[in-house]
Design a protein around this ligand. Structure first.
Ligand code: NAP
Ligand code: HSE
Length: 429
């Protein structure tokens, strides 16, 4: 049998411990599938004394990532997290030392992927990051290999398990945001800093990576328009149901005449749309290719088991000797594509207002819409409290984002509108 693939793992948290557990449980199965064993030879984390729930017997411990990069091993697996610091130092050091690199770190890849890919490809090494996008769903492989014969026109999906878990649980149970987010953290879904999840940054990292793979372009994280889910009130979830929608945090990327439009924001999607049925920690990605048509990928987007599954899939590829361009075309050929600004979006919108219940208020609001050529579809005012604050919700027909933004600004300045208007984009999908 071929000698084992020797693996050095940095980070023994949710994903690191999960990866070691999978490698231990499926040792014989993986050896059969790869024609060689996958053997963990070295590990590194901050706290040597912490019980990880997995055996570290016979595995060399390293106190620093610098030391781990030069440990006995063919592959370094980076499971620390963060776009810079120890993760980036380790990635650069491992490749410089001639080691393949596997990572689950979307922040690292979104910010430094092209640089690392050029180094790896130049040295004949693998840079593999399946676990960085959509947890257990093999979407990188799906796009880069399964759909390699197609021109990809668009991708969209639920890319953050924490946000989907929070939105689903809030809707189903009426529990509040902080309470449900705490539960997602306890389940190991959230990032070390959960603001990356709820502010949409994690989804934006993943979308920027997927866009690069789909469109063969340089990763351009700065070009992604990002809005998170903090502004979603329980009232929005209730009104969405009444209007026939579900609220999902989506990442959407589309190749357009002027370049690539990339955006992450909460969307109202029709309840009957397949993506509306993707609940809890599940993620889903829809990719449209010119020959294949629409394809859908769904599965657990976070947590120890699903993420370990993706990390080990990358290790298996390396053990088998497979190598493909990191982002679907050779890294040296990747070029930036022009970003298409969010102001160019055309579509329907939902708007929630808190207004004084007084004659003429609605006339003032509709005058603002008229001034910007925005056409209303629905308006709901449930409560009746003369002189007091009541919520008013409306949906409007297709309109350009720039016009909608101007109308909302004007509405927000009306003295009878008591809070900044809250807007959610409606996506027909
Ligand atoms: P985690 O539970 O916080 O684990 C991080 C690990 O990194 C810990 O073991 C920590 O050591 C170690 N570490 C931190 N700083 C270090 C340093 N300077 N040197 C050496 N080790 C260091 O994080 P996680 O959830 O496993 O996530 C790891 C990576 O996977 C992140 O990039 C994350 O975005 C990505 N990811 C996570 C999930 C998920 O569901 N959790 C899914 C997909 C991708 P100690 O344990 O000693 O503190
Ligand atoms: N925090 C991330 C999520 C982990 O909730 O989706 C998976 O990338």
């Amino acid at each position: 049998m071929t000698p084992p693939l020797r693996i050095a793992v940095a980070g023994l948290g949710t994903v690191g411990a999960g990866t070691l557990a999978l490698l231990a449980r499926h040792d014989a199965l993986l050896a059969m599938r790869c024609g060689r064993r996958l053997e963990v030879t070295a590990v590194c984390a901050r706290d040597r004394d912490r019980d990880r729930g997995v055996s570290l017997d016979g595995i060399a411990w390293h106190d620093t990532v610098e030391s781990l990069a030069h440990a006995d091993g063919d592959v370094v697996v980076e499971l620390i997290g963060g776009a810079s610091g120890a993760a980036l130092d380790l990635a650069r050091a491992a490749l410089a030392a001639g080691k393949h690199l596997v990572t689950a770190n979307k922040a690292l890849i979104a910010h430094h992927g092209p640089e690392l890919a050029r180094i790896a490809e130049g040295a004949g090494l693998n840079l593999a990051y399946e676990a960085a996008v959509a947890g257990g769903i093999p979407i990188v492989k799906g796009l880069r290999e399964g759909l390699a014969g197609n021109r990809i026109d668009s991708i969209h999906g639920i890319l953050n398990g924490t946000c989907n878990y929070v939105l689903t649980t809030m809707r189903e149970t009426g529990r509040d945001f902080d309470d449900v987010l705490g539960e997602a953290q306890a389940l190991g879904y959230a990032e070390a800093d959960p603001s990356f999840d709820v502010d949409g940054i994690d989804s934006a990292h993943k979308l920027a990576i997927l866009s690069s793979v789909a469109f063969g372009a340089d990763i351009d994280f700065g070009a992604v328009y990002v809005e998170g889910i903090r502004g979603i009130a329980p009232l929005d979830l209730v009104f969405a149901e009444e209007l026939g929608y579900r609220i999902k945090l989506l990442g959407l990327a589309r190749a357009e005449a002027g370049g690539i439009a990339q955006r992450v924001h909460p969307c109202m999607v029709p309840k009957a749309a397949p993506i509306a049925q993707v609940e809890g920690v599940l993620n889903a990605v829809v990719a449209d290719g010119d020959f294949v048509g629409g394809t859908v990928y769904e599965g657990p987007g976070a947590g120890a088991g699903p993420t370990a599954s993706a990390v080990v899939a990358d290790l298996i590829d390396i053990a088998r000797g497979g190598r493909v361009p990191t982002f679907s075309i050779p890294a040296a050929e990747m070029r930036a594509l022009a970003p298409v600004p969010i102001e160019n979006r055309i579509g329907p919108y939902y708007v929630r207002l808190m207004v004084v219940d007084r004659p003429g208020v609605i006339a003032d609001i509709t005058a603002c819409l008229r001034d910007h050529q925005v056409s209303m579809e629905t308006m709901i005012q449930r409560a009746r409290k003369p002189g007091e604050a009541v919520p008013v919700v409306m949906t409007v027909h297709d309109v350009k984002e720039a016009a909608m933004g101007a109308a909302i600004d004007q509405i927000g300045r009306l003295p009878t509108v008591l809070e900044s208007p809250h807007m959610i984009r409606i996506e027909a999908l």
